[in-house]
Write a protein that binds this ligand. Sequence first.
Ligand code: A2P
Length: 275
Amino acid sequence: MTDVTDAPAPAWTPSAAQHLERVLWVKHWTDRLFSFAITRPESFRFRSGEFVMIGLPPAPGETKPILRAYSIASPSFAEELEFLSIKVQDGPLTSRLQHIQEGDAVLLGKKPTGTLVLDAVRPGKRLFLFGTGTGLAPFLSVARDPDAYSNFEQVIVGHGVREVNELAYRDLFTKDIFEDPLVGEEAQKQLVYYPTVTREPFERQGRFTDLIASGKLFADLGLDQTKFDPEHDRIMLCGSMDFIKDMAALIETHGLVEGSNAEPGDYVLERAFVG
Ligand code: A2P
């Protein structure tokens, strides 16, 4: 007979709303920024640009997992699910998540959702994707999706950061994507990478709001306009609350209208998730 007090505690199992997946790789960009990829369950479907809940099984002594919303950085057809994350030393999730290694267990929510998707913007000529910090993540997905290049003549990826070393995925946008078997050829002709740094010297400096208001962005891109054009320009925004608020207010003065899944528009926005 087994003494129940000696029996091991029952193993924790994920809820019906979560998959238990495995870490495939981890890449640390800086002491504040890292990327990782996990296995993708066969049943898991999402649209490029969507976000999903990501978490870790409870730590010893805890009963509940901690989950946070993360934009999926890989495109909708990719075999693995990739994420870009900040590291917050006392963050409830990222204080632990930053230490994950290949083979570790990660929880994946079953219901991806979001508005930074091609379905939520009306047809147009140019697609501007403006992300600050980890707000680049959904655009890593959209810019690697062939639909972005068939729907738009030009795809502009703007990444705004404080310091040069936070320009994660610079190699992807300056080199690797042009060799991608699926979008490489289109990217060579249609993709423009537009990085900017605000707190140290770099080839381009300043906040997107200032680069747009001054007209510099349009001049840099060789466009014969000083404002966004509601007829041709479509915009996706992802970053801090202040960033998306200020950018939305600015582009509304150019006549662009916010869209959603239910009613596609000229621009869409989402907050980049932190913590
Ligand atoms: P800045 O260095 O001038 O604050 P953060 O890490 O705070 O999210 O910032 C990421 C990037 O976004 C930084 O380059 C920052 O510029 C810029 N940024 C922050 N807030 C705004 C805003 N309200 N409008 C435009 N750019 C912003």
